[in-house]
Design a protein around this ligand. Structure first.
Ligand code: HEM
Length: 271
């Protein structure tokens, strides 16, 4: 008689302390180069915008220090350009790179997730419902109660937005910075007002990028209680089974299903 086997439990298929690779070495090196170049570009670029601040005057007041600032800005720009080209090549020519890009593209679910996460964090509709306000509405549309947080796959909408902002921001900064660096070429190719726009865009995008990183990215990878004091993924590339289950439940379940299927006995073939 055939014995009926119990299906394997989640814990048996993915242990909480099992380690998964989230960022491989190439991805981590690209990120580290981005951290180094971006930090240097901000530190050597913003003093030009805010030259009246005492702190910048005291650091870059002398002609030598000012010259060094310009040199460091250009050296870091070269690192950013090389890093960006590496990343484009990585995405175009490796299977993992292409898969990552596919996973990072925004979908309709991301809009729904953003609304749901915002509504969940705010808790306003749950509060109204508890007070008996809008009972009929919520009975017909329970989604708007935002009772649960959205479930994310490999990348959530915040990570996707951050990635796309870096891609767009780097493109703008490299393009405008290149023509600011090569003033003669810029004036040969475009009228003066185009060059003026490059300078304006470069300055404002620099502030935007700086604020986005300081406020948004630093919160998500440092201050967020899920990862406090710091997510180490950018250093060791690792994520545990438990983190996968709590932070990326859809990806966790995809792996679970793959493993279940791989363990299922093959169905008999009748010839
Ligand atoms: C995302 C990174 C970057 C940030 C945050 C940044 C920031 C800045 C800022 C705030 C300024 C002063 C703008 C002004 O005076 O109105 C500046 C100037 C400049 N930037 Fe950038 N920049 C970045 C990337 C680049 C790149 C990639 C290049 C070159 C390809 C570049 C080349 C220049 C040049 C030539 C100037 C003119 C002033 C100077 O001599 O430094 N920057 N940058």
């Amino acid at each position: 008689m055939e014995s009926q086997k119990e299906p394997l439990s989640e814990e048996a298929l993915i242990r909480d302390d099992e380690v998964f690779l989230r960022m491989n070495l190439a991805e981590r090196l690209q990120h580290i180069l981005l951290v180094i170049s971006f930090t240097t570009l901000v530190l050597t670029g913003l003093p030009l915008l805010f030259y009246e601040l005492k702190i910048f005057k005291s650091i870059f007041g002398s002609a030598r220090a000012f010259q060094l600032r310009g040199f460091l800005h250009r050296a870091a720009a070269v690192i950013l350009i090389v890093d960006s080209l590496w990343h484009v090549g990585y995405v175009a020519f490796t299977r993992r790179g292409r898969q990552n890009l596919k996973d990072l593209l925004p979908r309709r679910k991301d809009v729904r997730d953003a609304v749901q996460q915002f509504g969940y964090n705010l808790g306003l509709t749950r509060f109204l419902h508890r007070r008996g306000i809008g009972k009929k509405f919520f009975a017909r549309r329970p989604f708007w109660l935002f009772e649960k947080e959205p479930e994310y796959g490999r990348y959530n909408f915040i990570e996707k937005l951050e990635y796309l902002s870096v891609v767009w921001g780097s493109f703008i900064m490299i393009l405008s910075g290149f023509f600011m660096w090569n003033l003669e070429l810029s004036l040969r190719l475009f009228p003066l007002w185009v060059h003026d726009i490059f300078v304006i865009v470069h300055g404002y995008e620099a502030m935007l990028a700086f604020l986005a990183i300081i406020i948004w990215h630093m919160y998500n990878v440092h201050l967020n209680p899920e990862v406090f004091p710091m997510s180490k993924v950018w250093l060791n590339g690792k994520i545990t089974g438990r983190e996968l289950r709590t932070l990326h439940p859809l990806e966790y379940r995809r792996i679970l299903e793959e493993r279940r299927k791989a363990l299922e006995p093959e169905s008999p073939t009748w010839s």
